[in-house]
Design a protein around this ligand. Structure first.
Ligand code: NDP
Ligand code: 8X3
Length: 256
């Protein structure tokens, strides 16, 4: 198994949900954490908690992955101790709205594309060359079942997650012959702030997504991310699709 003790793990979108859970899993492994998100206060709370619970070493960066300038500045000169990143979890992402393309809101499309695709690209472009130079690194992207099968009214969100699948496969090809590992985890329904964000704060509509079924938790996904990251160096899990037992496809959900 690969040990991540004292290794630097960078997680985007670490202020809530899957990203915050991943931070806890890597903190328990003794990794040093570089946590990024836009909400500085939320990120600080996640970090404080990890310091108190696990004595973790954490550095927080207020980062909007949509801003190429912001990403380039953040990763050009991170503090010395956080420069050599061993694992990058490209988790920052979101859905906005659920509607046919003909009724779609262009601003929502742009936000999803800028975050889920361009943001992932900007961060990876900054960190991958250093990994190749140091002959050490693992990129773990958070995709979605929406990137495996398209569902009605999911159009643009699905397209961004199909892009995450394609980029994962592409980066794996681009780094062939190096020790870099590349993976994507594609979850189904996970109970996080995802649906509240998707429906612009409509909590009732968000809660309905998980009604009558048992969704995955952020901790379930983090457990798998930790598993992927700690396989022996010669083992590369490329693509891991995970759904609740109550789900068999993006819109095929058993509700009691
Ligand atoms: P949350 O809404 O709980 O978390 C999303 C995280 O992304 C937050 O930490 C948020 O931080 C961050 N984020 C959003 N936009 C940006 C940005 N522009 N720059 C930096 N950080 C950003 O949802 P989840 O934990 O569920 O989502 C995490 C990932 O999992 C996403 O990629 C999502 O698509 C994917 N996913 C989620 C599923 C689910 O059912 N929940 C299923 C499949 C995949 P902040 O707002 O502070 O910037
Ligand atoms: C989130 C899962 O199917 O609700 O990526 O869009 S889904």
């Amino acid at each position: 198994m690969v040990s991540l003790k004292n290794k630097v793990v960078c997680i985007t979108g670490a202020s809530s949900g899957i990203g915050a859970s991943c931070a806890a899993v890597f903190a328990q492994m003794g990794a040093r954490l570089l946590l990024c998100a836009r909400r500085t206060d939320r990120l600080a709370r996640v970090a404080d908690d990890l310091v108190k619970k696990y004595g973790a070493e954490v550095h927080c960066i207020t980062l909007d992955v949509r801003s190429r300038k912001n990403v380039e500045q953040a990763f050009t000169e991170p503090p010395e101790a956080w420069r050599n990143i061993s694992v990058l979890v490209n988790n920052a992402g979101l859905a906005r709205g659920l509607s046919t393309l003909q009724d779609g809101v262009v601003e929502d499309w742009e936000e999803m594309i800028d975050t889920n695709v361009k943001g992932l690209l900007y961060v990876t472009r900054m960190l991958l060359p250093g990994m190749i130079t140091r002959s050490e690194g693992h990129i773990i992207n958070i995709g979605s079942v929406a990137g495996v099968s398209v569902y009605a009214k999911g159009n643009v969100y699905c397209a961004t997650k199909f892009a995450v699948q394609a980029l994962t496969e592409g980066i794996k090809m681009d780094t062939l012959g190096t020790p870099i590992r590349v993976s994507v985890v594609a979850p189904g329904l996970v109970d996080t702030e995802f649906s509240t964000v998707r429906f612009h704060g409509d909590k009732e509509r968000a809660d309905a997504s998980y009604k009558g079924m048992t969704p995955l938790t952020g901790d379930d996904i983090a457990d798998l991310v930790g598993f992927i990251a700690t396989r022996p160096q010669h083992v590369n899990i490329l693509n891991l699709v995970v759904m609740p037992t109550d789900q068999s496809g993006p819109t095929l959900v058993h509700r009691r």
